[in-house]
Design a protein around this ligand. Structure first.
Ligand SMILES: Cc1cc2nc3c(=O)[nH]c(=O)nc-3n(C[C@H](O)[C@H](O)[C@H](O)COP(=O)(O)OP(=O)(O)OC[C@H]3O[C@@H](n4cnc5c(N)ncnc54)[C@H](O)[C@@H]3O)c2cc1C
Length: 492
């Protein structure tokens, strides 16, 4: 089959879905994206509320460094991303400790001198991993051909990759222990805070290789995006349309029509039925079950249904607050206790120069914390009053921690809106509002794009390598590779 005769439907215009379909459209495949919302981006969308444009979830642009997943994607699609390098990725605050996360580790090493050798090794491993991710390694392997590909690509490109092998089964905690850093609670708390926002778990459980790349994000660089992070999704949608594809909004897919191991087409909430050769689903495993009333029975095991959601505050704030704070992104950790559930916050203000995001003299601020969804849906079952009370409790807790580090915020906040796991479920179609991808505890048994259907593939942060813009773009390349391979097989 000529690629120009191949019809592909993509369910969902998150970054993973858009990246995959933009690459397919560039190769001549006829693509249609069906998006339930009226805007693209999902967890990495920017939305209007009153006079503000808030980033819904993701706020920090990563992967735009030369050769990084977004850089490569942009060059391949002819997109000149409207991004600006941020010299300070974010500032970590716990009690009196303030650490600037920059491209250099010097500030961290000067506060934790015994960590120097650890960072040296982390840097080496991360460099290898970034190179390997550029190769879109066939992981998890799907058949004998992938095994051969994996060995030849990793060894031919990077003979050094053998150095990674001992880390494949280690946790970040094992790694810290090798450097006797596990006994420094302040250092462990700092590392855990970094890991929770990236690999969705802390050092005791996080896989060492996943941790190595997560800890490298500030070093590889972070970027602000003109107009908010949602501009990335919009530019991908524009690229798809330039290449002859269509992105249709307000099109919620409600059913897959299948026969045996083939998907024949999809049905939408507004009564349309579309036939197709291939489907790419930008969905979590659980959302897929909702859609199809049956599990996709992934060739790899499904992601766990127990995961994190997010509680988020959207604040309109006087700009002077962030000028005094000295950073647009702050990671604030409570004096004691476990992370998440308003005991750790990630606070991001729209850039000072981005006039379209907030009224003059103000900033649009997104404050997020990890939360487990169960309590929220239990409150919903009890009724609106219980749910609203829980929302108020979380709002108060988050603001109290914010005031602990930024006391001037008490007088600087102009508006407050809260989003809960229930909001995330509505916005992204993810059952229980499970956002942030799977906890990266192991490289084995992770879900890949293949499903029990020959012509249906998954994309997004619930497949390897998981969450973040660079994560889902890397995963999208793998999805595209499998689709092209299947198409080539049909051609023979
Ligand atoms: C609070 C928070 C903060 C984050 N911070 C960062 C950060 O700073 N930097 C970073 O790189 N990453 C960050 N991330 C992670 C990043 O946003 C996600 O990993 C990534 O955006 C997920 O993309 P995805 O492709 O999986 O799609 P999703 O974002 O899940 O999008 C899926 C899309 O599919 C649509 N859809 C679902 N069901 C249907 C259906 N039945 N029919 C039609 N359409 C449907 C949804 O409406 C949605 O638009 C953050 C995430 C969260 C939640």
């Amino acid at each position: 089959m000529d690629l120009r005769d191949l019809h592909c439907i993509v369910i969902g215009a998150g970054i993973g879905g858009l990246a995959a379909v933009a690459l397919l459209a560039r190769r001549g495949v006829q693509v249609v994206v069906l998006e339930a919302q009226r805007y693209p981006g999902g967890c990495a969308a920017t939305f209007s509320s009153g006079d503000y444009r808030f980033d819904a979830g993701a706020t920090v642009g990563c992967g735009f460094h030369p050769g990084g997943p977004l850089d490569r994607l942009g060059r391949e699609l002819g997109i000149d991303w409207p991004v600006h390098s941020e010299p300070l990725a974010w500032q970590y605050r716990h009690r009196d400790l303030r650490l600037d996360l920059l491209s250099s580790r010097d500030a961290i090493i000067s506060r934790f001198p015994r960590s120097k050798a650890f960072w040296k090794e982390q840097g080496k491993i991360a460099r290898l991993l970034w190179q390997l991710s550029a190769e879109a390694l066939p992981w998890p392997v799907c058949g004998v051909r992938d095994v051969a590909d994996l060995v030849s690509r990793s060894l031919a490109v990077l003979p050094d990759s053998a150095r990674l092998l001992p880390f494949m089964r280690r946790t970040a905690w094992d790694w810290l222990r090798r450097y006797r850093l596990h006994a420094d609670p302040e250092f462990v708390r700092f590392i855990d805070a970094q890991l929770l926002i990236s690999v969705q778990t802390t050092s005791l459980q996080a896989n060492a290789l996943n941790a190595a790349i997560a800890l490298d994000l500030p070093v590889a660089g972070t970027w602000s995006v003109e107009g908010g992070i949602g501009t990335i999704a919009q530019q991908l949608a524009d690229s798809i349309e330039r290449d002859g594809g269509a992105v249709l909004y307000g099109k919620k897919v409600t059913r897959l029509d299948t026969i045996n191991r083939e998907v024949l087409g999809v049905e939408t909430a507004d009564g349309d039925a579309l036939a197709t050769d291939m489907v790419v689903a930008n969905l979590t495993h659980d959302s897929f079950v909702l859609l199809n009333n049956s599990a996709p029975e992934l060739e790899s095991p499904a992601s766990s249904s127990s995961g994190w959601s997010a509680f988020v505050l959207y604040l309109g704030v006087d700009a002077s607050l962030f000028e005094r704070a000295g950073a647009d992104h702050l990671q604030i950790v409570a004096p004691e206790g476990e992370l998440g559930e308003c005991r750790s916050l990630f606070v991001s203000a729209s850039p000072a120069g981005d006039a379209g995001r907030a009224p003059e003299g103000q900033r649009a601020v997104t404050v997020s914390t990890h939360t487990r969804p169960e309590r929220w849906f239990e409150a919903l079952r009890q009724g609106r009053e219980a749910y609203e009370a829980l929302k108020q409790e979380y709002t108060d807790k988050a603001l109290t921690l914010l005031y602990e580090q930024l006391p001037e915020a008490r007088d600087a906040i102009r508006s407050v809106t809260a989003a809960t796991p229930h909001s995330w479920e509505n916005w992204t179609g993810r059952l229980h509002g499970l956002v942030g991808g799977y906890a990266q505890t192991s490289l084995f048994g992770v879900p890949g794009p293949a499903t029990k259907y020959n012509n249906l593939f998954l994309v997004g942060d619930s497949i390897f390598p998981g969450q973040s813009l660079p994560g889902v773009v890397t995963g999208a390349r793998r999805t595209v590779e499998l689709i092209l391979r299947r198409a080539a097989r049909q051609r023979r």
